[in-house]
Design a protein around this ligand. Sequence first.
Ligand code: HEM
Length: 479
Amino acid sequence: IRNLPPSPYPALPIVGHLYLFKKPLHRALSKISNRHGPVLLLHFGFRPVVAISSPSAIEECLTRNDAVLANRPRLLPGKHLGYNYTSLAWAPYGDHWRNLRRIASLQILSSSRLQNLSHIRHDEVRSLIRRFLRYENQTVEMKSMFFELTLNVMMRMIAGKRYYGENVAEVEEAKKFQEIVTATFRLGAVTNISDFLPVLKWVGGRSGYENSLIELQKTRDGFMQRLIDEYKEKASRGTVSGDKKKTMIEVLLGLQESEPEYYTDEIIKGIMVVLLAAGTDTSAGTMEWAMSLLLNHPEVLKKAQNEIDQVIGNDRLMDESDLAKLPYLNCVVNETLRMYPAGPLLVPHESSETCVVKGFRIPRGTMVLINIWAVQRDPKIWDEPTKFKPERFKDLEGTRDGFKFMPFGYGRRSCPGENLALRTVGLALGSLIQCFEWERLTQELVDMTEASGLTMPKAHALQAKCRPRPNMINILSQI
Ligand code: HEM
């Protein structure tokens, strides 16, 4: 087949179609797709990019062509922060990636491992509740609270340490960690144009951006290595945890013992940083959007609260095992992920061979952006797509069918952390709804504008007020 997908006119020299893009990118791409169709060829500088934005085209990409499209483009963050494209999220499709993926799904993020570490999530959500109790009737900035929750959860699962809030064991180490997190997200949030424009890079040599990435990687690598070394020391003194409550480092070092050539420290560090990068900001952002939506729709908040009161009551706090009994809360989470998916374009894929989608030829080496944001808000598919209506998920059996709703992707490269994310988001959100009354600061609705950035940040950080619910005071006084 000769025909390439349609391409907007004109593509300018050097920058290609980059001039078309106002931020955020998923919105700009949706607009162009509305005019030119659901399979679109663009040029970001010299890099050919195909944007996909209909359920049937996505289905063709992630089923029939899933293996061919399971590659990742080589972008700068994958080089410097992803251990030269060897980390799970950035590794090319092949044996090495397959192996990492198996470790992640069987050893690190499997249901039984998550179950064994559920006490960590419960502890951390309780500690979040205690913090909110101290802020009664004051203005609280929500994102940093959620982000600290997910960072504590993840670092405790990885290394058994918390670095935010009360009871931080090693203050200096915590400070160092916090600096690394701040720098990582500052650099990750930049959509770096020079990466798409190799010509400019040849002229300018290494950019300041690239130097900052290299600097950050050095610090981060040293930090993670020290954590691993601590565990090795502990093991040599014979003071490791029992089988069930093993941290991820302990699991991985156990594998290292039996296969040292493969499970090198570098592989282990790669897994540690990928979990932090992929698993914290995404979940925290989803919580922030969910709370924003609930504050703008007090009737939905009330309904979720009633459900929790009926199913759990006021004599105990909810826990993760209650989630299966709270269908409306799950609808709220799904509806949030429909409107504000943390990966609106998934993570970029790349074709390792020429393939065909909707009759169009996608040449080998093309970056493929799957615009689930466009599909999840398409008025041809969803009734009143811009309205927050959790009820719509009640009637949708098997919502993943038909490729209409896929906030965690689909197929080989889909999110291996989905289960963990849904547990953490569901538990945190449900607990805050159970324990507190929530209010906006003013009559004015919460501003729902998206900022640019790959994980769909909110342009204006959510601020809110809370007070403990009278019927929960008893329980809350005991935590
Ligand atoms: C609400 C929270 C989350 C959302 C919406 C989300 C969504 C996604 C999406 C859309 C992708 C890309 C799929 C693709 O390229 O086709 C992805 C990949 C990934 N996610 Fe998540 N994710 C979340 C939380 C997590 C958590 C908690 C973890 C683990 C701790 C995690 C680990 C990963 C990893 C390692 C990848 C790369 C997989 C690969 O390239 O093979 N994610 N996620």
